[in-house]
Design a protein around this ligand. Structure first.
Ligand SMILES: Nc1ncnc2c1ncn2[C@@H]1O[C@H](COP(=O)(O)OP(=O)(O)OP(=O)(O)O)[C@@H](O)[C@H]1O
Length: 302
């Protein structure tokens, strides 16, 4: 079973059709970059996966559940994520568990059980802060943190809920170049955990879809790149997936060797972003064929 399966999805805002016949299957442990021209419908697709804007036509399944409203199976981190200013990093990260696992009457009438549970939540929050490299700052408040630190807390806050799919909507868009690179490496470290889990025959824990305008970032942090575009034969009817291919897999300790993806970046620009080069997009939707031929390239055996 895939973690995410989108079938025949179309979305219209009033008379304006934005997405047309989007089909996508994402396996557990894949880190998928979603790119496309501005206004082509990337956020609309994320909202359909999140469940806040169910599609006009078609279905979104996460695991074996139809998505028609937001649930804890799908998490999201936005470019400008507002943390609770009055909570420390670890309290922010633990907050979702508190809401999910307890109620006000439970906390009032079972103080001992709540204290024990609270301790567990905070320990778990520490584990997730460690995963995003922020354990030393666990007692800091958001006002004492940099933008990059806040985004790490936001990602830990989403991960602790163990969503089947985590959506990252331009998560590093507001950060300076150096901080952005640090956070890209953090994503590669999470991906390395997926690889380890597969080697140990465990379910890889992080399935991620990241929207980014930066093609270098898309190719660097993901193992699969998807291009959404209205620049195809039926473009007048809305955007669809015109590109879906494996991306080179980097280890966090690898040098960021841009030459490993120059050709693919050019291919993406021509296929997804260029209005003049309308091509038969089926030529570039080869992820599963390539995956089946060489699973090691895609890095995600199913
Ligand atoms: N609530 C809405 N009502 C009407 N039209 C909308 C609404 N939300 C988005 N749109 C339109 O739908 C199209 C797709 O928008 P969307 O935000 O999904 O694109 P995007 O690819 O995420 O854009 P960007 O890369 O610029 O963030 C745009 O033309 C936008 O103007």
């Amino acid at each position: 079973m895939s973690n995410l399966e989108i079938t025949g999805l179309s979305h219209a805002y009033g008379p304006k059709r934005v997405l047309n016949d989007v089909n996508l299957r994402v396996g557990a442990g894949q880190v998928v970059a979603l790119v496309g021209p501005s206004g082509c419908g990337k956020s609309t697709l994320l909202r359909a996966i999140l469940g806040t804007h169910p599609p006009t036509e078609g279905t979104v399944m996460v695991g074996d559940k139809l998505v028609d409203c937001p649930t804890r199976d799908v998490g999201i981190v936005y470019q400008h994520y507002s943390l609770y200013e009055f909570l420390t990093a670890r309290q922010n990260v633990a907050f979702g568990l508190k809401l999910d696992q307890t109620s006000t009457p439970f906390r009032w009438f079972n103080p001992l059980a709540w204290r024990k549970l609270r301790r567990r939540h905070l320990e778990e929050a520490d584990d997730f802060l460690a995963k995003v490299g922020l354990l030393p700052a666990r007692d800091q408040y958001p006002s004492e943190m940099s933008g990059g630190m806040r985004q790490r807390v936001a990602i830990a806050q989403a991960l602790i809920m163990k969503p089947r799919v985590l959506l990252l909507d331009e998560p590093f868009g507001a950060l300076d170049e150096a901080t952005r690179e640090e956070l890209q490496l953090m994503l590669l470290r999470l991906y390395a955990e997926n690889v380890r889990a597969r080697e140990e025959n465990r379910e890889p824990p992080y399935t991620v879809i990241i929207v980014t305008h930066e093609l270098n970032e898309a190719l660097f942090v993901s193992d699969r790149v998807i291009g959404l575009s209205q620049h195809h034969a039926d473009g007048a009817n809305g955007a669809t997936i015109v590109y879906d291919r494996p991306a080179p897999v980097f280890k966090p300790e690898d040098p960021k060797d841009l030459t490993r993806f120059i050709a693919q970046k050019e291919e993406l620009i021509g296929c997804v972003f260029s209005e003049s080069q309308r091509r038969d997009h089926r030529d570039f939707i080869t992820f599963w064929e390539e995956h089946d031929k060489a699973p090691a390239v895609a890095g995600a055996p199913m």
